[in-house]
Design a protein around this ligand. Sequence first.
Ligand SMILES: [Zn+2]
Length: 536
Amino acid sequence: MLLISKKTLYRNLLGGVLSLSAVASALADPASDAVAQVAAALGGADRLEQLHNQVVSARFTGYAPLEAPTPGGTPEKIDGVNYQMTLALDGSRYRTQWQLAIDFPLQASYDFSEIINGDHGAVLGVDNLLQVPQAPMQAIRLAARKMEYLVTSPVEIVKAMLAAPATVTLHGSRETRKQNVSVLGLRKYGREILLWVDNASHLPLQATYWDANPSYGDMEITTRYADWLPADGIMQPMRIEQVNRDQLLVHIEVQTVNFNVTFIRDPFAVPAELSVPLDEKLFNIGLKYSNWFHRFLLVGIPFDLDQFAPESVFLQPVGQGVFYLRGYTHHSLIVEMADYLLLFDPVLLEERTQAVLPVIKRQWPNKKIRYVIPTHFHVDHSAGVRGYVADGASLVSTQADRKFYRDVLDARHVVYPDLLSLLDADARLLTIADGADYVFDDGQRRVRLLQIDNRHAPGLIVPYIEDEKMLFVSDLFSPGLFSAPLPPQFSFWALDLYNDLLTRGLDIRTLVGAHGGVGSYQEFLDAVRATFALAP
Ligand SMILES: [Zn+2]
């Protein structure tokens, strides 16, 4: 028997692979041929190699289907967004000047720069409600941007293929409805990005990859390229669209393109005081949900904060057996019943749920969450639900959201498995009737689920804890977040809550917000009355 150390064996194997690939490229394998054809169509491999930067200006529109008033309703549109991006075209350096004049969910204007340089990044200028003038870029955002920028630049994809042939696979040709296409795969960021190339023009038609989505499960993101025009001898798609099945997610209208621009100062230099070590865990969360984060980074809410670490979970008693489960942007409420717990708003993502559950188990070793109740289906308030269901909780839904939640519980999570998909648990969904309030009653405490007539998400649930005279309110009003006059949209949502509560005649003292904090009911009444000049 021949004795050989593992190290030597590995080196020999690697050497074999390397020399084999050298031979293969010398003989021009089919994958290299296919890449060479795309490169030629884009302007030629030599020309592509000479490119060391590109400056693109474009209009960006994002869509948020899971923020529509009803499941399947017209998606909220995030428009009024312009950007000018400088790409080094090496997959690691970008500078983007964003100009936002958004009106969802809040009317706001932001003008800021993002710099990405390898593992480092920075945000210069105020980009969200927190009003921080400059900050290191969170690893979540760094990852989400890198992934999205790559797939919106076919030149960058093809340059990556030319630079690293070993990461490229040819998946053969196939016929689609209209075209005969070749499919090339590029391995990057721990996944394979497929580039679909038209066999007639050899121009890329689209790139596809699998992203994770907490509500839809495995989500195939298709980035389509259209309206190709030459710019500095390089072909550039002037219209870029991202879709999932038939749902439009992103629309980009390119306005100007320049290559090999001379910069006096390095546009990719991250200020030393903003350089922080890369957090690998957060980077991987950003990659996994890249499209989700990319679109939500443009709504003025700091979705890239780390709300997935134990340090971001704050459990604060706000009444007898009532606990406010706070994060930075989104909060939940726990109500202790005689034998079990109620959890309102499974916020954000599976990773948030997995950070929260150990805290709950420590606090209540002998009680379990029996019911998890999203106040409404909007993704930021409901998408952590599968982790609670995997832990044994039943999901409580209104009639209107029943089908949506059934789909969430049954969604395919094979590419990115979560706990529920691994356990193959019995996922229970309970539906409350329309009309009369549903009441949890353990003989000591009554918690009523008020279905509020409102324009934000019709049927949104506001739980009323009778003995504490307390409401938990999401989105319709956020105590402490805005002072009167309340901003547009928020003001109408608050008015709807006000009018609905007027008809009920409940004794209410305290409002706890899924955003904001804890406030008195009187403050809420005063804010609405001051905004709309209503008499008490
Ligand atoms: Zn909402």
